[in-house]
Design a protein around this ligand. Sequence first.
Ligand code: PTJ
Length: 249
Amino acid sequence: MIPKNHPRYESLVLREKIKNAYKEGYLADSGMIAHGRGETFDYLIGEKTNENSIEAIKASVATLLLAKNPVISVNGNSTALAIKEIIELANVTNSKIEINLFYRTKERVKIIAELYKKNGYDGILGTDDEKLKYIDNIDSPRATASEEGIYSGDVILVSLEDGDRAEVLVNSDKKIIAIDLNPLSRTAKIANISIIDNIVRAIPLMIEFTKKLKSKDENYLKNIINNFSNEKNLEKSFDNIDLHKLADN
Ligand code: PTJ
């Protein structure tokens, strides 16, 4: 039991979730390493959602709301940290949810699918190995996608994603929104919109902004997207990592 007054309470709670997910058999062992890398970058950006990430979140929400077939891609880490929020975001944005694992095993897919079901989400995609297609015609599990989801989707939200697979998706002419704490990662660099923030803060904010933007017309949403530059967003993310400023806080 982690004492609530521990100065690093929230961070320790996330570690606990990651550890438990590994014990339950659905988090890849490398997922723990990935979490550690994320923690480091979170520390460096001040463990808060910075202004540029708010802009990235608004552009992401506008993109999801204008999409024809938006899909939220989930893996072991995102499920461990934000399953309830992912389901709510899918519901408010009318997005599908698809399991897309870098280290794919039948067992992990089964456990993750059951977890979504238990949390009230039926019909998760990407579970049936037989029906999966290969996005880039390369026979590799990193490029698998379900026909009605990622394969035909026009906007895909990925989080805590390996760079190789994000690249496959970008090259297949889909709009990619990435949630990744590391602004230097290949995923963050190649995505159309990169939310440089912790998934546990980013998704609740995406839900909040969806509720605010849902009633806006197409032009309003297009304006938000047109005024957003991912290049500038990433530059600002680098500026947020200011060790002197962080040391003074
Ligand atoms: O469940 P699987 O089989 O799909 O495997 C998932 C992992 C995460 C193991 C796999 O996709 C992988 O190896 O990813 P990478 O290449 O380590 O990239 C993960 C990225 O997520 C890194 O850039 C981390 O900084 C970032 N990250 C880690 N924790 C968080 C995060 N970004 C946002 N929020 C976090 N909590």
